[in-house]
Design a protein around this ligand. Structure first.
Ligand SMILES: [Mn+2]
Length: 286
């Protein structure tokens, strides 16, 4: 099924690719992330098509191509391969991939494709959870273990916005050198936190994996685990603006779980995509 970002026709020389990844195989509590790509794309036509921060129209400066929403295989490996193929297709055309999940596991498919081109890729991870369990519910590849698998793939990453961990993760973190900026730490000292993020991302290509639950559930309630104490919109925008200044080569936006009562989370997700694109567009015209 094909539904385009902003409801616009695909741009013939699109520089940004929207890649729907409706993976919802290992979600533990409530299902629903499968519907997120469709709902996020659907609601995007209601956004203002002009960015008020940068005074740009990314749809004209960069142009968007939206991949059709794929029917993913029911087995995880096949589904991740399909996601990987779509990302490979986009980067071959020099398009900036924005992968719309789906559960957080989609990041593994994306990184499989990106690792070939960018073996030294650094990852900025925005999330309420550190996703560092070794196994969860007797499986090793799922949304709760995704960053542990990424760690094992040899990527360096910085996790920001974390505000809940399990005992196993606590023990693992004590014995690893994985840097974390806790949500509370960011709120108490935003300038120092931004400086730490900048220090991490300033050298080399960077990939952004953004679990929507990094935001406070009061502004993004459509998530699997609505953890209190999250970042607000302005705090997130500061991070996004900063990361775009450097060599950001792609991103994913995962774990949106559409609610039947309102579409605030899908709307904010589509706005994140628009904002990132506007920041990229304004860098392009500088
Ligand atoms: Mn999370």
């Amino acid at each position: 099924m094909k539904i385009n970002f902003l409801g616009l026709p695909d741009h013939p020389q699109a520089r940004v690719a929207l890649i729907p990844a409706p993976l919802d195989l290992t979600t533990s509590w409530k299902k629903g992330t499968k519907e997120a790509p469709f709902e996020i794309l659907k609601v995007s036509s209601n956004l203002e098509f002009f960015d008020e921060d940068t005074f740009t129209e990314p749809q004209k400066i960069l142009g968007f191509f939206t991949f059709p929403i794929p029917e993913l295989p029911f087995h995880l490996e096949g589904a991740l391969d399909k996601i990987s193929q779509m990302v490979t297709e986009a980067i071959k055309k020099n398009q900036f991939p924005i992968v719309i999940g789906g559960e957080h596991t989609v990041t593994l498919g994306v990184l499989k494709a990106l690792k070939k081109k960018y073996p030294e890729l650094k990852i900025l991870h925005l999330d309420a959870h550190c996703d560092l369990r070794d196994t969860y519910l007797e499986t090793s590849i799922n949304h709760a273990t995704v960053m542990r698998r990424i760690y094992e793939m040899g990527f360096q990453f910085l996790s920001v916005g974390i505000r809940t961990i399990c005992k196993e993760e606590y023990e693992f973190l004590k014995n690893s050198n994985i840097p974390i900026i806790w949500a509370q730490e960011f709120k108490l000292s935003p300038q120092e936190s931004l400086a730490k993020i900048e220090e991490f991302i300033k050298n080399g290509p960077v990939y952004l994996t953004l679990d929507i639950d990094v935001l406070d559930p009061s502004i993004a309630p459509g998530v699997g685990t609505p953890e209190p104490g999250g970042l607000n919109w302005e705090e997130l925008l500061q991070i996004l603006k900063l990361v775009v200044k450097y060599n950001l080569i792609g991103m994913d936006l995962v774990e949106v779980m559409p609610l039947s009562c309102h579409q605030i989370t899908e709307y904010i997700a589509s706005k994140i995509i628009f904002k990132i694109s506007a920041f990229l567009a304004s860098k392009n015209v500088e």
